[in-house]
Design a binder for this molecule. Structure first.
Ligand SMILES: [Zn+2]
Length: 331
């Protein structure tokens, strides 16, 4: 009878489940050993040389099969059996055995992947631990910006979400053509000068991604939670279903997205707080408000009469790139 007990992960890690030429296997014997009984289907094959070559079968003792099984016998030797003859021996149809083997192959691939990934994930987690102080400092500054200059933050977020990230200012300019036209039609100049508005591009917003994404400390927390999911599953696979293992492997992608966003956000912050960029932002913000509400310093924007957002670029701790590179290399 077929042995349908699922294989343990420890067994699966060692087995060769995909084979080419079925005759090239260690421990293979031509005849069913006397007194030996069937134990398990080790793998199924489709002979790669078919139809020129055919696979041997220990049941019908001839080379005539394309598909079949390798069977483990009670004395420890392996025999080949064709797809039809094998059913007589094992009691399991070829299709059923292949389905079962396919599930094993899938899980084996997951185990091999997780075995390779888990030690790397632990070292990435160590690296990300080292990001904590810098990311918390950035989160604190971003939150301060959001709460102290909320309108400016929201307006900048809108600019940052445009594909061109341009700071645009609508300008009021004297419309000489319209005035000349008026004069032609009325034989006298207009009593008031005529103006028109044009949208002028001031500059691209530097460090636009600083205004996108979630708070960087949340991103870091989410990235680490995802990586712990991978590491925990990889450390104790036997207790997990194949679905859980697949999701644990997939969690690396989620972590990578968060870490990419932290990296982008952190470098964007340095770009945003550059002196020239702060100047442009203040010119733009004041033009929008038609008053001198904000003032730009070397490293600060002041909402005159209210609050100052202050950030020395030199104060921003730099992030070690290694965890990001390691996650990118895991594709
Ligand atoms: Zn046969």
């Amino acid at each position: 009878m077929a042995n349908n007990t699922p294989r343990s992960d420890a067994e699966l890690r060692k087995l060769t489940l995909r084979i080419g030429d079925p005759h090239q296997q260690q421990g293979l014997v031509m005849d069913i050993p006397v007194g030996a009984t069937f134990v398990d289907v080790v793998n199924t094959y489709e002979h790669p040389g078919w139809p020129e070559e055919k696979a041997y079968c220990a049941v019908c003792r001839a080379y005539r099969h394309r598909d079949g099984y390798t069977c483990l016998m009670s004395n420890g030797s392996l025999i080949l059996a064709g797809s039809k003859c094998g059913k007589d021996l094992s009691g399991e149809t070829f299709i059923h055995a292949r389905k079962r083997l396919h599930r094993d192959i899938k899980r084996q691939e997951l185990l091999h992947d997780l075995d390779a990934l888990t030690p790397k994930v632990y070292s990435i987690l160590d690296g990300l631990q080292g990001w904590t102080a810098a990311v918390e400092a950035a989160a604190e500054r971003r939150l301060r910006f959001k709460t102290m200059l909320p309108e400016l933050f929201d307006d900048l977020r809108k600019v940052a979400s445009r594909p061109d990230c341009l700071l645009t200012i609508s300008e009021r300019i004297r419309d000489h053509a319209a005035e000349a036209d008026y004069q032609r039609r009325n034989r006298r100049p207009p009593q008031q000068p005529i103006f028109r508005y044009t949208e002028g591009n001031l500059a691209p917003l530097g460090g636009a991604p600083f205004f996108m994404h979630d708070q960087p400390d949340n991103l870091l927390k989410n990235a680490m939670t995802a990586l712990y999911r991978t590491a925990d599953a990889g450390r104790s696979t036997q207790a997990q279903s194949s679905l859980v293992l697949a999701l644990a492997k997939k969690a690396i992608e989620e972590a990578r997205d968060h870490v990419e966003n932290i990296w982008t956000l952190q470098s964007a912050m340095i770009t945003f707080f550059a002196k020239e960029n702060l100047k442009n932002v203040v010119i733009w913000a004041n033009a929008k408000e038609h008053r001198e509400r904000y003032r730009a310093g070397d490293i600060a924007i002041t909402d005159i009469g209210r609050a100052t957002i202050h950030l020395a670029p030199g104060e921003i701790p730099l992030l070690d790139r290694a965890p990001l590179d390691a996650l990118r290399a895991m594709r």
